[in-house]
Design a binder for this molecule. Structure first.
Ligand code: TMP
Length: 214
């Protein structure tokens, strides 16, 4: 009997209001139409227990947790998400698309807090403990100027979640951190101009998926 081929793990990353959710819906529809079994998920969260940790992380005042505590909480949620949802799906041949994964930790906890951010070695050590050698097959980083991203968040009319209360300097650091992640990981990451129309962004992502996986 032939072994079931493993699925793929695709992550979308970016600052607030970059349009990840819209692209994920379009990508999932595209892959489903190709006959692929797709699982859409998100971080923090994605599994019932990780969703409980999510509630702790995104609610409350902005000073509720410091960067190290956040690293530990996001990582605990990630470990559960991997064990309970991501890895079983990939091992069953499904393609998993996640709205955020570990690059969010590198950007937010590793850079957003300036001098109070978590050092790179600590981030890497915790990641290894949580995920070992496992990394996404491809990561799309949606890049948007901070003021435009925030405008979109406000236009959505949602309650300002904890991270959306951070000041502009925090969000500028995130944007720079994501650009660096893309530059440091050229084989895995693709930096995408999120000011483009959603249709054009979708075409760009699909082209890369087709080149790499079909
Ligand atoms: P979301 O709004 O995209 O669902 O994500 C919730 C918030 O959590 C968002 O502001 C980014 C932040 N976050 C981190 O700070 N570190 C992480 O590792 C992850 C996954 C998210």
């Amino acid at each position: 009997m032939q072994m079931q081929d493993k699925g793929k793990f695709i992550t979308l990353e970016g600052g607030e209001g970059a349009g990840k959710s819209t692209q994920i819906v379009m990508m999932a529809d595209f892959l489903t139409a190709k006959g692929i079994d797709v699982v859409v998920t998100r971080e923090p969260g994605g599994s019932p227990d990780a969703e409980e940790i999510r509630r702790l992380l995104i609610s409350g005042g902005k000073d509720r947790w410091d960067a190290v505590t956040e690293l530990l909480l996001f990582s605990a949620a990630r470990r559960n998400h991997l064990q309970k949802k991501i890895l079983p799906a990939i091992n069953a041949g499904k393609w998993v698309i996640s709205d955020r994964f570990a690059d969010s930790t590198t950007a937010y906890q590793g850079c957003g807090y300036g001098e109070n951010s978590v050092p790179k070695e600590m981030l890497e050590a915790v990641y290894k403990m949580v995920a070992g050698e496992f990394v996404p097959d491809v990561t799309f980083i949606l890049d948007i100027p901070v003021d435009e991203g925030m405008k979109r968040v406000i236009a959505r009319g949602e309650d300002k979640a904890r991270f959306e209360q951070m000041d502009m300097a925090f969000h500028e650091k995130l944007r720079a951190a994501y650009a660096k992640i893309a530059a440091d990981n050229p084989d895995r990451c693709v930096l995408v101009n999120a000011l483009n129309t959603k249709e054009n962004i979708h075409k760009e992502l699909v082209k890369i998926i087709e080149q790499r996986f079909f």
